[in-house]
Design a protein around this ligand. Sequence first.
Ligand code: IPD
Length: 262
Amino acid sequence: MQGSANLNVMIKAARKAGRSLVKDFREVENLQVSAKGPGDFVTKADREAERIIKEELMGARPTYGFLGEEGGETAGADPTRRWIVDPLDGTTNFLHGLPHWAVSIALEHKGEIVSAVVFDAAKDEMYWAEKGAGAWMNESRLRVSGRRHMIEAIFATGVPFGGKGTLPATLQDLARLMPVCAGVRRWGAAALDLAYVAAGRYDGYWERGINAWDMAAGMLLVKEAGGMVSAIREGDNPLEKGAVICANEPLFEGFRKIIRGE
Ligand code: IPD
């Protein structure tokens, strides 16, 4: 893999956390689980993975800030750069023995995501992207799908744990979208939903009520694979508003109109 020094640091951290998670995944029935809220679980696996990632990233770049799902925000001496980390995206899948979860690490510079890693450790699929350098899965270049017609297209979505008040809007989205497309999937790991759009497996994805760490890395994967990404509402920043939509270019405008109810 030919990436920048920062990307190499991110890949090393993701692999190290991935090894720890795969070990815990094999013995998942022995993990102590605590619920932060309905459907919002945390285990020693998440905490240990975040600890490993933070140690690697902060060890290599001590001045950068850090935002992690489990530990929250740590300001850095350099206010222009920040890691955005979900150590285990798809925790509920993980806890049920479903091999569909990932480590997600993004590097933000002056408010823009410039490097991204999403590691599906159970399948050894390392998705990575750098601004201007394309998106890759292991050694293969990624490209969004070429489908042009809604009726052939498959979309993914998510419903955040506890619904987070977004369930009624998502159900309305589904009522408008499902009759005009080939199908909608809900697999429970936003970072992988975005990676799958980048890989051309899904034609598009949208979700309301997610967090910056769920989507930061995946958004760059989609962009660098030639896709379009935005907030659901005109003018919003997806990372701040927690609502994101993406698709290949031919489908994007039509898909976004349907989700916006226009
Ligand atoms: C969750 C997953 C899920 C999405 C939720 C996220 P977590 O992340 O990405 O697909 O619908 O919004 O919170 O809690 O497993 O890291």
